[in-house]
Design a binder for this molecule. Structure first.
Ligand SMILES: Nc1ncnc2c1ncn2[C@@H]1O[C@H](COP(=O)(O)OP(=O)(O)OP(=O)(O)O)[C@@H](O)[C@H]1O
Ligand SMILES: [Mg+2]
Length: 224
């Protein structure tokens, strides 16, 4: 906890130091949405200032973009257009929700973030990673999570979960197994190449409560 200033109020820097930005990443059906909800619920038992958002979406404009991206009829969407739509949704989410909330000292849990674009549109679709990183930095103003949980799961198992789970089946779920394998391999490379300490790899093949316990153990250590 940060000591308050003489006035008893926190200044902007102190408030920002209380903030925590957490993202969940992983292939389709690996349990990101399930775990993001459990994590947000648990955090809310400790603090009231927890916001849970998802990508694409999380804002009124972002949710409209999400519909376009997920519509199974949009089979002719070009990879660059796809990437830019994700980026537009992300730019809106960062400016409208994430940045202001972090500035107030809050906690943000994000169900997918910029790494998803590098994994899916970069490694999955084969778009130039350097270009994707440049546009992503522009869209987010360089904002990256403090903590990222990578839920690692065999892609066939994940897609089976999605099929039997009764949730929405979207345009990207429709991709060939090969595409999803490239995405998973891409995530592994992103993690291997990152020199920082943001990534935490979680074995997502275990029961929901065990995966949650692993995530919670790490989050607890980062709570201001
Ligand atoms: N550890 C788990 N073991 C078994 N089933 C799980 C587990 N975690 C989640 N599920 C189930 O698998 C399905 C997909 O989970 P979820 O929607 O959380 O995945 P996701 O990573 O958010 O998928 P997507 O990438 O498509 O958004 C759901 O029906 C969910 O209940
Ligand atoms: Mg999900």
């Amino acid at each position: 906890m940060v000591a308050p200033t003489k006035s008893g109020r926190l200044d902007d820097d102190e408030r920002a130091s209380l903030s925590l930005f957490i993202s969940l990443e992983g292939p389709d059906g690996s349990g990101k949405t399930t775990q993001a909800q459990l994590l947000a619920e648990r955090l809310r038992r400790l603090r009231p200032d927890v916001v849970l958002v998802r990508e694409p979406g999380g804002t009124a404009i972002g949710d409209q973009i999400r519909q376009v991206l997920h519509d199974v009829r949009n089979v002719d969407m070009q990879p660059r257009a796809e990437f830019l739509l994700y980026s537009a949704s992300r730019a809106q989410l960062v400016e409208q929700v994430i940045r202001p909330h972090l500035a107030r000292g809050g906690i943000v849990v994000c169900d997918r973030y910029a790494d998803s674009s590098l994994a899916y549109q970069g490694y999955g679709r084969g778009l130039d990673l350097k270009a994707l990183r440049t546009v992503t930095a522009f869209a987010t103003g360089g904002l990256m999570p403090d903590l990222t949980f990578y839920l690692d799961l065999d892609v066939a198992v994940g897609l089976r979960r999605r099929l039997t789970g009764g949730g929405e089946w979207n345009r990207l779920d429709d991709e060939a197994l090969d595409f999803h394998r490239r995405v998973r391999e891409g995530y592994s490379r992103l993690i291997a190449e990152d020199s920082g300490t943001r990534w935490h790899v979680i074995n997502a093949a275990r029961p929901i409560d065990q995966v949650h316990a692993d995530i919670w153990e790490i989050v607890e250590r980062f709570l201001p």
